[in-house]
Ligand binder design. Structure first.
Ligand code: XIL
Length: 305
């Protein structure tokens, strides 16, 4: 049995992978990615972001996103999409317009949108983004309220990294949920990116308790960008075993919480991982190796599901 089939039998909505347009000309890669028994959901790692869909103010390009959408439709896979001198009024208008255009274009086709991604610093202070600088903290509720207008079927998520266990950032994300709920603004889920390092992932209890803290506020949760990188290469035999254990830990956390709807790995193969270019010297973070062969961690995940 394969990842998505196993995950669905456990009550998840999907087991997914990120992918990108450039990778879709790699026939052996595509053969595996197209199997919806393996991957029931895909996330475009870049082609759905602001700079890709609105490269110039008011000019929208959906070509690359449409290729991903068509790929998912053909293979019966669910989609997750992820979202770069202003005045408050102009930036608010631009932000609302961007949300309206991209959500309207893909209306009815996407399971979940990350409406706001990475809004906070580790200690829970707001990140110094253009949105926070110009609009202030209110940009988050404004973005969710706008998103709620344009696709009633899409789940609206807040998404971030280092919110996989309790801490300043996780509390800040929790406060977003509480604030929006209290004000009657639609928020449906919180995504834990989970870009982890072998040997330093939060333990099962910590991850489960953290998921439950969000669920208690009335949202669903998902692991949206899971990868677990080795910090030095090649990994030792012990490090490979540890990587399998770390993957299983996160899979088990999602299994333990009924409202955890699924896990998406941030591409499925080391061949197309973002890790080596972003964290020089680190890598081998995924379930398939560079030759598209399942690794020990893959078999450990299958056994856990
Ligand atoms: C990454 C992509 O994988 C890369 O190709 C790109 O160069 C940078 O962005 N957290 C996120 C994702 O929210 O959007 C990031 O994706 C990985 C970290």
């Amino acid at each position: 049995a394969q990842l998505d089939t196993l995950a669905k039998a456990k009550g998840w909505k999907y087991f997914g992978s990120a992918t990108d347009n450039g990778e879709l000309s790699d026939a052996p890669y595509v053969e595996i990615l197209s199997k919806n028994t393996e991957f029931g959901q895909i996330t475009p790692s870049n082609s759905q972001k602001w700079d890709a869909t609105e490269p110039d103010h008011g000019t929208f390009t959906f070509e690359k996103g449409d290729v991903i959408t068509a790929f998912a439709a053909k293979n019966k896979q669910m989609l997750r999409f992820t979202g770069g001198s202003w005045t408050n009024e102009t930036l608010t208008a631009v932000m609302k317009n961007h949300i309206k255009e991209v959500m309207t274009h893909y209306k009815g086709q996407c399971y979940a949108w990350d409406v706001v991604n990475e809004a906070f610093e580790e200690d829970g202070r707001y990140r110094d983004s253009i949105f926070h600088k110009i609009i202030g903290p209110e940009y988050i509720p404004i973005a969710f309220a706008e998103a709620a207008l344009h696709d009633d079927q899409a789940k609206l998520y807040y998404n971030d990294y280092n919110i996989e266990n309790a801490g300043g950032k996780s509390t800040a994300a929790l406060n977003v949920v509480k604030d929006l709920k209290a004000r009657g603004i639609k928020i449906d889920g919180v995504g834990m990116q989970a870009h982890f390092i072998v040997g330093s992932t939060p333990d099962l209890k910590a991850q489960t308790a953290n998921l439950e803290a969000f669920v208690k506020e009335g949202v669903e949760v998902a692991y949206t960008e899971l990868d677990i990188r080795h910090s030095s290469l090649p990994p030792s035999a012990a490090a490979l075993t540890k990587q399998s254990d770390d993957y299983v830990n996160t899979i088990n956390a999602c299994l333990a919480v009924e409202q955890c709807v699924g896990v998406t790995i941030w591409d499925y193969t080391d061949k197309y991982s973002w890790v080596p270019s972003t964290f020089p010297g680190a890598g081998d973070a995924l379930l398939y190796d560079k030759d598209l062969k399942p690794k020990a961690a893959y078999h450990a995940v299958v056994a856990a599901l």
